[in-house]
Design a protein around this ligand. Structure first.
Ligand code: NAP
Length: 311
């Protein structure tokens, strides 16, 4: 059993973990490799990826990590990464869409989409869609989307009163570039909306893949001491950042939830669910609304399948 309690023997399995050189991604990659999996991971930075590969090899005593370089905010890179993966591997047993980011300022990517959406939803959607054939080829495969409970309470200071799920109104929306517009933009909500879309479309993937052996679930890992937290901490608390980190889960504790969904034999048939750490939870009502789901799916699929460069 590994440090984070993986009960499965993953020898002969192939995993794809996005963002493996960061906080929880590093732990997820290391522990899957320790349990025997060949782990393909991504980083924007070749050096950081190479350092991870060497460190995991030293730690687990086998060179089982393969690093692909790419920027998941770009529309083209998930296509390239998926093509690189499928050129080298016949099947995919575990896909962990872990990479994510929170930004203080609103900005569009080079493709004209708000960047929270690009990194936290569209990249994972595109990879899941493009790697679907390889997931099916594995016989039994799992997709884990690392999302965030901010979707259920998108207030910047959630101390008093009722939780407020992030609004998601897709009425009349025909292009993902219309989402998270400049008018009324709140960074925390933009992040939460992207995670809500990832969860909603994950349910749809789960439904479409039901009975095929491929499961799709979402997980909130808890509030974890990683880089992303510095961007999420309200400016007023910035001087206390180091103190704040001391009260948070460690990356090892945070990674446990995604690792459990990815590997626990008891969850082999569990699909279309959302967990807050190891507890099943209900995501915002919008994610269960068939109309919202249908529009979210179509918008995301259009983005994932339109010819690259189509703006
Ligand atoms: N920490 C928390 O409290 C918390 C709570 C809820 C959910 N989450 C979610 O947990 C996941 C892991 O985050 P973390 O907490 O481990 O944060 P982190 O340490 O900041 O790691 C984020 C990872 O995402 C990757 N990434 C960010 N932007 C990218 C881009 N444009 N292209 C490619 N990769 C990109 C980074 O890879 P490179 O920098 O190597 O490219 C890094 O490995 C995220 O989805 C996050 O939203 C975290």
């Amino acid at each position: 059993m590994s440090a984070t309690g993986i009960r499965a023997d993953l020898n002969g399995r192939t995993a794809f973990v996005t963002g493996g050189a960061g906080g929880m991604g590093r732990v997820i990659t290391t522990e899957l490799a320790r349990a025997g999996a060949h782990v393909v991971t991504t980083s924007r930075d070749r050096g950081r990826g190479e350092e991870l590969r060497r460190r995991v090899a030293d730690e687990v005593g086998a060179d089982r990590v393969e690093v692909l370089t790419g920027d998941l905010s770009s529309r083209a890179d998930p296509h390239r990464l998926a093509a690189e993966f499928t050129a080298r591997h016949d099947a995919l047993h575990l896909l962990v869409n872990n990479a994510g980011a929170h930004y203080r300022e609103r900005a569009l990517t080079a493709d004209g989409v708000e960047r929270h959406l690009a990194v936290n939803h569209l990249a994972g959607f595109t990879l899941t869609h493009l790697l679907r054939g390889h997931l099916l080829a594995a016989g039994h495969a799992r997709v884990v989307n690392v999302v965030s409970a901010t979707m259920s309470d998108a207030r910047t200071v959630p101390l008093f009163g009722r939780a407020r799920p992030v609004p998601l109104d897709l009425t009349g929306v025909t292009d993902v570039r219309a989402l998270n517009p400049a008018e009324g933009y709140v960074p925390f909500q933009a992040y939460a909306r992207a995670k809500l879309l990832a969860t909603t479309c994950g349910y749809e993937f789960a439904e479409r893949l039901r009975g095929t052996g491929v499961t799709v679930n979402a997980v909130h890992p808890g509030i974890v001491s990683t880089g992303i937290v510095d961007d999420l901490v309200p400016t007023a608390l910035a001087p206390f950042r180091r103190l704040v980190h001391r009260f948070l889960l460690t990356p090892e504790q945070g990674a446990e939830a995604a690792l459990r969904l990815a590997t626990d034999p008891d969850l082999a048939d569990t699909t279309g669910r959302y967990y807050v750490r190891d507890r099943e939870a209900r995501s915002p009502d919008a994610s269960y609304d068939p109309d919202v789901r249908a529009v979210a799916w179509r918008l995301s699929l259009d983005w994932a399948t339109a010819p690259s460069g189509a703006a």
